[in-house]
Design a protein around this ligand. Structure first.
Ligand code: NAD
Length: 285
């Protein structure tokens, strides 16, 4: 079997068009969705991510406010800036680009963002609301994976999903979102024994490990849907995922490539969450 490629770039482009249309509708009602991104320090990868978020924001007709702070900024100053943005009616989404310098407590910072503007979906209130199936900002990468699966027409109910990785930003929430859709979910992680015994049972296998080409054909059941969240560099410095694409795509039914798979969906769902927040500020969709 040769897998069908799930084209994240195309699906993201379609979603972005829909978001841009909704942005225009909101603007005609006098509300421009506004996203503020706070960048602390000089991390090159963070700068690239922030730039791309700003660019997408502007392309979709939203207001984008970048706040840069020096590496040595105090936690108190950062918290004061977040407080100011929490109270600013032109800002509907606040995102603090992670990682933060070591002297700043990330948890305290995340918890200082108003849950109503937490468009990353990292605040414990949004995580709790997601777990209990209430209206919430869903974390962007897991939400993007859900949309990719739905847009591809993959049935989730009753399917066995195996998630490899249990980070708070990807592994844990993606399993929870698919559980909410009535899938049966197994989590695997660095202490799991006999990994392939579990992964070979997956109808849908999600790799969020951060190790280049970690998932091989032997880990995969014939015809499975394989979602590769990894963004890594291989020995030659080339971008690659957590899945050995060439061998796994010979066995899987569907597969996401890296790049142009999950990646473009993450920013798209950030834009969606900002739109949702702006819309909810005047009563909701
Ligand atoms: P993380 O380092 O926080 O978590 C990695 C997880 O992998 C851990 O839970 C760990 O238990 C598990 N793991 C490590 N070694 C393992 C092993 N040998 N067997 C089984 N499990 C093992 O990483 P993360 O933040 O969840 O990110 C994972 C990958 O996804 C990274 O490559 C990251 O760059 C990428 N990522 C991509 C996007 C996107 O938008 N596409 C967003 C976030 C993260």
């Amino acid at each position: 079997m040769t897998a069908e490629i799930i084209n994240g770039k195309e699906i993201a482009a379609k979603k972005r068009l829909e978001i841009a249309e909704e942005v225009q509708k909101l603007k005609s009602e006098g509300v421009t969705p506004g996203l503020s991104v706070i960048l602390v320090g000089n991390n090159d990868a963070s700068k690239t991510y922030v730039k791309s978020k700003q660019k997408t924001c502007e392309e979709l007709g939203m207001y984008s406010l970048l706040i840069t702070m020096p590496e040595e900024v105090s936690e108190v100053e950062l918290l004061a800036k977040i407080e100011e943005l929490n109270a600013d009616p032109s800002i509907h989404g606040i995102l603090v680009q992670l990682p933060l310098p070591k002297h700043i407590d990330e948890t305290r910072v995340i918890e200082s963002i108003s849950p109503l503007k937490d468009v990353d979906g990292f605040h414990p209130i949004n995580i709790g609301r997601m777990m209990t199936g209430q209206n919430a900002f869903l974390p962007c990468t897991p939400y993007g994976i859900l949309v990719l699966l739905e847009e591809t027409g993959v049935q989730l109910e009753g399917k066995h999903v195996v998630v490899v990785g249990r980070s708070n930003i990807v592994g844990k929430p993606v399993g929870q979102l698919l559980l909410n859709k009535n899938a049966t979910v197994t989590y695997c992680h660095s202490k799991t024994k006999d990994l392939s015994v579990h992964t070979r049972q997956a109808d849908i296998l999600i790799a969020a490990v951060g190790i280049p080409n970690f998932i091989k054909a032997d880990h995969v059941k014939e015809g499975a849907v394989v979602i590769d969240v990894g963004i890594n560099r291989n020995e030659a410095g080339k971008l690659c995922g957590d899945v050995a694409f060439d061998e796994v795509s010979e066995k899987a039914g569907y597969i996401t490539p890296v790049p142009k798979g999950v990646g473009p969906m993450t920013i798209t769902m950030l834009m969606y969450n900002t739109l949702k927040s702006a819309s909810e500020s005047i009563g909701g969709f």
